[in-house]
Design a binder for this molecule. Structure first.
Ligand code: FMN
Length: 199
């Protein structure tokens, strides 16, 4: 079977962010899986204008646009900031719309506190639904992230390997299922798909 394309979006541009350790480690785990290819996008690399916003400026970000167009799903690594998500993450997600439709999204929550970003993930679910993304139900949570990686980004708790493996298994299942649907079940979003569906 063709490899799935599953990019990772790191959702904070904060100096000293711990979430970068999580994102880089997870990309390493994903690169070990033969079923998928991935690449890391970092909101800090998006030169977002102060005076414009949304899909009207997506052509300023062709790598993001073209990768999400081809992708089968997306992993979002988000820190928890006052129980919410960073504005820069929302601004990057809002650059696209049709490109996300009927693709999987899996969440990785990162926090200094005890809840591993559970609250920020819950708050993102209604938002990504409006983007047309389909949410997996296996999150990956990093509570007390400052104790989970060393200063060089080395993972200190090997229990995360099994958790990441389960998280990726679920993302792969969702992504393959949705890819099959996009390719085979015709809809207004997939007019070229193989077979018409009687509603
Ligand atoms: C503006 C701001 C708000 C934060 N709010 C929370 C919070 O609500 N809950 C929590 O556990 N940690 C909170 N933190 C700590 C972050 O979760 C912590 O820095 C963690 O390492 C993930 O963010 P980082 O990638 O920016 O380091 C907050 C940090 C910032 C900068």
């Amino acid at each position: 079977m063709d490899k799935l394309l599953l990019p990772v979006l790191l959702g904070t541009n904060r100096k000293g962010r711990n979430s970068i350790h999580v994102a880089k480690w997870l990309v390493g785990e994903m690169e070990k899986r033969p079923e998928m290819e991935t690449r890391l996008f970092d909101v800090a690399d998006f030169d977002l204008p102060q005076d414009d916003y949304g899909t009207g400026i997506k052509d300023n970000f062709p790598e993001w646009r073209d990768t999400i167009s081809k992708a089968d799903g997306l992993v979002i690594v988000t820190p928890e900031y006052n129980h919410g998500y960073p504005g820069s993450l929302k601004a990057v997600l809002d650059l696209l719309l049709r490109e996300y439709v009927h693709k999987a999204v899996a969440f990785v929550g990162v926090s200094a506190g005890l809840w591993g970003g559970a609250r920020v993930i819950e708050s993102m679910v209604p938002m990504v639904r409006e983007l047309g993304l389909a949410v997996t139900f296996s999150d990956l949570n990093f509570p007390k992230v400052q104790n989970t990686f060393d200063a060089e980004g080395k993972l200190l708790d090997p229990n995360y390997e099994k958790r990441a493996s389960d998280f990726l298994d679920e993302l792969i299942w969702m992504s393959r299922t949705l890819r099959w649907g996009r390719q085979n079940l015709r809809s207004k979003f997939h007019p070229e798909a193989g077979q018409a569906v009687e509603n």
